[in-house]
Design a protein around this ligand. Structure first.
Ligand SMILES: [Zn+2]
Length: 430
């Protein structure tokens, strides 16, 4: 992949994606002032936060003033469930999205028609940027029921005229059959699922060259460079990373360009900062810390300085693709205990919550993840269990184990294995 090809890739919105930084900053401050005023006027939570900090929306005059605004955390979103964070009346909301697996109160995100239109275009920027056109056939192998990005990929690919095959979570051999029969050129999926498809191709002894795949678009879980190499070599594709935040939009915050030296953040819609997690101090460019995002154009669910828990760094050196939007490093770490298993987020707190509702189970537990290419692909929950169950009848024990499995599946949206352990076998909390 040389510079020529990079330069030849089209840009969906060149007026903003290659905007002079000064001009972009002017657009950002203009939008920031609007979103701050709307949040203050329409969201009690923000009005309270501003008042407590002795801050008025008029005090936000420059991008430097952003630092005066208090952070928003996931706990704030949970505490204001369901509609406390909404800045528009429900009649203006056309989509409600409900990420599974959250602990405590769930959260619900609302989108207006305009929010969805913007989101569709942001993902289209990523698709166009890596050379996807109306000639492509995009196989979307994301879970349409649980992962809000699945619909987004479909609608954004349709927006640019590509054909979409929503193969969702069909088993790997059906995914491969679809690839063969429909000549899919693009695979969009969780990278762990792509690995599973790749291994099935190998098991079947299929020559990857006999497939028409050329591009892979992967996200929703951290994936190391080794996974990229394996997928590229064995599926004969170029693999790109995409990034989103489930409490905001996922994907659509940033994406790789053909240069693949970080993910360009759509800074005309999101204002990124990197902070030191314990102190909240804003770090300078290139320093690694927690990504904080402020939405600049979201109507229904504006977030001011939202702490994403994702660890990355920002870079603004010129990129070979010509975009002036800053880049973030690929996210491989979190500041919290959340782990990703096959693209599904698991908060340990959620495990505790499930166990607290089941007599004779817990409170102690341990999580064991089986990995493939360094990525979690199967989770086992070892659960402290009352002696009465462990030493009881075999059928009773099996039924108990099954009930636990079902509870986890319902709460997490993920099938896990459950092992019953004696109370002394698991020391303390994991
Ligand atoms: Zn670039």
């Amino acid at each position: 992949m040389g510079t020529l090809r990079e330069a030849a890739m089209p840009i969906f919105k060149p007026d903003v994606e290659t905007m002079e930084r000064k001009e972009l900053q002017e657009l950002q401050i203009e939008r920031l002032q609007i979103v701050v005023n709307q949040a203050y006027a329409n969201v009690d939570f923000y009005r309270r936060k501003f008042d407590e900090a002795g801050l008025s929306p008029d005090d936000v005059k420059s991008l430097e003033d952003l630092g005066k605004i208090p952070f928003t955390t996931r706990k704030d979103l949970m505490d204001n469930y369901p509609y406390g964070m909404f800045a528009v009346p429900l009649r203006d909301v056309v989509r409600l999205q409900f990420p599974l697996g959250m602990h405590g109160n769930p959260i619900v995100i609302g989108y207006t028609r305009e929010d969805l239109k913007i989101w569709r275009e942001l993902v289209a920027r990523i698709l166009v940027g890596i050379g996807i056109t109306e000639h492509d056939i995009v196989q979307v192998a994301f879970n349409y029921g649980l992962f809000m990005g699945a619909i987004r990929f479909s609608q954004s690919a349709e927006l640019i005229g590509a054909a979409v095959v929503p193969s969702s979570i069909a088993p790997a051999d059906i995914q491969i059959r679809i690839m063969q029969d429909f000549r899919s050129t693009v695979l969009a999926s969780a990278p762990s699922f792509a690995l599973h498809i790749m291994e099935t191709v190998q098991k079947k002894g299929l020559d990857p060259k006999s497939l028409s795949l050329k591009t892979g678009l992967f996200g929703a879980e951290p994936w190391p460079e080794t996974v990229r190499q394996a997928l590229e070599e064995n599926l004969r594709i170029q693999a790109y990373d995409i990034y989103g935040v489930m409490e905001l939009i996922e994907p659509g915050v940033s994406g790789e360009c053909p240069a693949r030296k970080g993910l360009h953040i759509f800074e005309d819609h999101f204002l990124p900062e990197i902070i030191d997690p314990p102190t909240g101090k804003v770090l300078s460019e290139g320093q690694e810390g927690e990504l904080v995002l402020t939405t600049l154009t979201t109507s229904a669910y504006p977030l001011l300085r939202y702490r994403t828990s994702d660890v990355t760094a920002l870079h603004s050196e010129p990129c070979a693709c010509g975009r002036t939007l800053r880049r973030m490093d690929r996210v491989l770490r979190r500041t919290d205990q959340m782990i990703s298993v096959r693209g599904i987020n698991v908060f340990p707190e959620k495990i505790t919550e499930v166990l607290s509702g089941i007599p004779n189970a817990g409170p102690g537990y341990a999580l064991k993840a089986r990995t493939n290419y360094g990525m979690n692909d199967q989770l086992t929950v070892q659960v402290e269990t009352a002696t009465a169950i462990l030493e009881g009848r075999k059928e009773q024990k099996a039924a108990f184990q099954e009930a636990l499995q079902l509870s986890f599946r319902r709460a997490l949206g993920l099938r896990v294995d459950v092992e019953l352990k004696e109370r002394s076998a698991i020391s303390g909390q994991p």
